[in-house]
Design a protein around this ligand. Structure first.
Ligand code: NAG
Ligand code: NAG
Length: 373
């Protein structure tokens, strides 16, 4: 009796186990039959730090810090490239606080900061050690640093490095926003403007504050002094303010290609969006009406919660709280319906504040090379 029981329960056990095994096989073949999800392939160290890359006339160009920001996603709306001085840690941190990378991700945006090698003798900026930059990158993974020196006259390298980076590492993005780290942008609203242009212009445009008829400064004492050998013509072709402009990876690629055949010129926005764009025949779309030159106007915007700000781009004047509060205002208008100002309530009528000088070029409001008003 006992033996028979043992044998039958043994047989039952065998049956049960084989049933489970065969069921597993069935499930296995079902899961195998499902379409496999493509896993993102992260870039290798070799791809992130390639040798033998050229940047304009720098034949030993290399990335010192680089990040894989785009390879995890094929559906990226925009890549924001921010020109930043290595020592400008505060400007980067207020941008990160106002627009954290996870908020940007929900909007389909990625952001990198473009840096060069910090010069410890640069008295204009807080110098920063390479170790501090490495730590910053460990924390935020959003720095791209080239192996040329931080210098005003090297900004063109930095600018083209950004476009080249987009071409190499984020060419699937629909558009590129190039901006300075002391500029405030309402990304929600810039979106609407971009979307219509992408369709209309077949991905080939440069959109921003168009500056026309700008003359080279020929005063040797001026910081913006340009010699005849640097630029010989008497007037620059139309170009966009480097504060912020929008383009596409396709145009970025064209501009990088053309930069190989046009002599280096240190005023970066003039070189890239003027000289290179002119040679390539890229169309400019003027959206200057959305720009304000005065941070005071942005301050006034923040005070009136119920109104949409008349401007979507302006200078922060290095004020981190303005960057953050402007974003909070934009957030509020994104969630709740804000109304447009009436003619009587226009900011240029109601916002009375002593205006600090702002320049539509880099230089943090130091020198005023062009008279706008
Ligand atoms: C620009 O960078 C290059 C390469 O690092 C360097 O040789 C040059 O001195 C820099 N320019 C200025 C004006 O510092
Ligand atoms: C003030 O701004 C409005 C648009 O917001 C514009 O139509 C008007 O021309 C501006 N007035 C002056 C004096 O600049």
């Amino acid at each position: 009796m006992g033996l028979r029981n043992i044998v039958s329960s043994f047989l039952l056990l065998i049956f049960g186990v084989s049933l489970i095994i065969s069921l597993l096989f069935v499930f296995d073949s079902i899961t195998f039959a499902l379409p496999t999800i493509q896993k993102p392939i992260p870039l290798t160290q070799y791809e992130l730090f390639p040798k033998g890359l050229h940047l304009l006339d720098l034949y030993n160009f290399q990335y010192v810090i680089n990040n894989d920001l785009c390879s995890d996603e094929t559906d990226i709306k925009g890549i924001i490239i921010v020109t930043s001085h290595a020592g400008d840690i505060e400007a980067r941190s207020s941008m990160r606080r106002a627009y954290p990378s996870n908020l940007l991700k929900t909007l389909g945006l990625r952001r990198i900061f473009l840096l060069a090698i910090s010069n410890p003798n640069d008295v204009r900026y807080n110098s920063i050690s390479q170790g501090a930059l490495q730590d910053e990158n460990l924390r935020y993974s959003d720095l791209v640093q080239g192996n040329f020196k931080e210098a005003y006259r090297n900004l063109t390298y930095k600018h083209v490095m950004g476009l080249q980076w987009v071409t190499r590492y984020c060419s699937q993005a629909k558009f590129v926003i190039k901006m300075d780290d002391d500029i405030i942008v309402n990304f929600y609203r810039i979106f609407h403007i971009i979307e219509s242009s992408l369709k209309e212009r077949n991905n080939s445009f440069l959109m921003g504050y168009v500056l026309k008829g700008t003359l080279p400064v020929r005063e040797p004492m001026n910081k913006w002094f340009v010699t005849k050998s640097e630029y010989s013509d008497s007037v620059y072709p139309p170009f966009l303010s480097g504060w912020m402009y929008i383009t596409t990876p396709r145009v970025a690629k064209t501009l990088v290609e053309i930069s190989k055949s046009i002599k280096y010129f240190w005023i970066d926005d003039t070189y890239v969006t003027g000289l290179l764009a002119h040679k390539a025949g890229i169309f400019h779309i003027d959206i200057h009406q959305y720009f304000t030159l005065y941070p005071e106007f942005l301050e006034c915007c923040i005070r009136d919660k119920e109104y949409i700000c008349d401007y979507i781009v302006g200078p922060s004047n290095g004020d981190p709280s303005l960057v953050i509060h402007f974003q909070m205002h934009a957030d509020n208008c994104q969630e709740n319906q804000c109304i447009h100002r009436s003619h009587e309530k226009a900011l240029n009528r109601t916002c009375v504040a002593p205006k600090r000088t702002a320049v539509l070029r880099h230089g943090h409001g130091e020198v005023n090379p062009i008279q706008l008003f």
